[in-house]
Ligand binder design. Structure first.
Ligand code: NAP
Length: 276
């Protein structure tokens, strides 16, 4: 679906790089199909060296005539950048924004034409092609626009469309989620160290176990509780470990962590929207 399309990436930073790299590796787009823009002159050489694509400081020039414009600048730069692009963007272009907490309405209110806008919330494992991206569409985006936007993020992992009202939840769960899971991996590795296992071996055991458990959930499609039961032999050792987790309130702590992060994401949305 992306074949032959021209893509402009406004803000080729960490995420922009990961997405461009995924698109090129999957062969969805060729180097000549992608142009980038950056905030500093020195970044032009970095982009050329790491991705092979041309970039410039001129956002307006970069987006002209492109089929898809991916906005990957920091949320605090979005107001300025969208206003700057307003009069060069056209109704046949698709605008995809990855800026955290920036709503499709925020973008659309700064455009004087009914341009299709899709908002996406990827996560850092996108750098390893194991990303999870939640997407939602703005008022003027049709099915074709949604599919096209989704294709970009499929190059770096899995995707799911949700209603925009759920994007704070997506942010709190899958975008912040790696941080919670790193804490769990780190803690399991510490446990191994406590039991005399060298730290590097312990970290490998913990990380690969988390990866394997996640693969079981994704591939078998079985409920996690059933998978947990299949590991838990009556009167075995796993049930003793699970009892400790229950006593330490791991479940409720994780639920509260995600709910709290979603509340914060909502606050950030309101902050962004109040800066009109
Ligand atoms: N990193 C993630 O995993 C992740 C996940 C979900 C969503 N996001 C969202 O993705 C966006 C980018 O995040 P990031 O981590 O990639 O940040 P980043 O590494 O700081 O990248 C931002 C890029 O924007 C460029 N830039 C700054 N001002 C610009 C302007 N006026 N015009 C054009 N380019 C400009 C910067 O150029 P210079 O390098 O030259 O300064 C930089 O390359 C953010 O909105 C963030 O919320 C990121």
């Amino acid at each position: 679906m992306l074949t032959g399309k021209k893509l402009a990436v406004v803000g080729v930073g960490k995420l922009g790089e990961a997405l461009i790299s995924g698109l090129l590796k999957k062969g969805e787009l060729k180097i000549g199909d992608i142009t980038g823009s950056v905030g500093h002159e020195s970044s032009i050489a970095r982009v050329k060296e790491r991705l092979g694509i041309e970039s410039s400081l001129d956002n307006r020039q970069v987006v002209k005539g492109k089929d898809i414009v991916l906005l990957a600048v920091k949320p605090q730069n979005m107001d300025l950048v969208v206003r700057e692009l307003n009069d060069v963007l056209t109704e046949d272009q698709l605008l995809v924004s990855v800026a955290a907490s920036v709503t499709t309405a925020f973008v659309q209110e700064r455009l004087d034409k009914p341009i299709a806008v899709v908002r996406a919330m990827p996560n850092t494992p996108s750098l390893m092609n194991a990303g999870m991206t939640g997407l939602c569409s703005g008022a003027h985006a049709g099915e074709k626009d949604k599919k096209m936007a989704e294709e970009i993020f499929k190059c770096v992992g899995r995707t799911v469309f949700v209603d925009e009202s759920l994007m704070d939840g997506v942010t709190a769960l899958s975008a912040s989620g790696p941080a919670y899971l790193y804490v769990i991996i780190e803690s399991l590795a510490e446990a191994g160290v406590k039991l005399g296992i060298p730290r590097d071996v312990s970290t490998l055991l913990a990380a690969q176990t988390m990866y394997g458990a996640a693969s079981m959930v994704l591939e078998s499609k079985a409920h996690p509780a059933l998978l947990k039961d299949s590991v838990t032999t009556p009167a075995g050792c796993t049930i003793d470990g699970l009892m400790e987790l229950e006593e330490g309130k791991l479940r409720v702590t994780l639920i509260k962590a995600v709910v709290k992060a979603a509340e914060r994401a909502r606050e950030l949305v309101n902050t962004q929207n109040s800066k009109k």
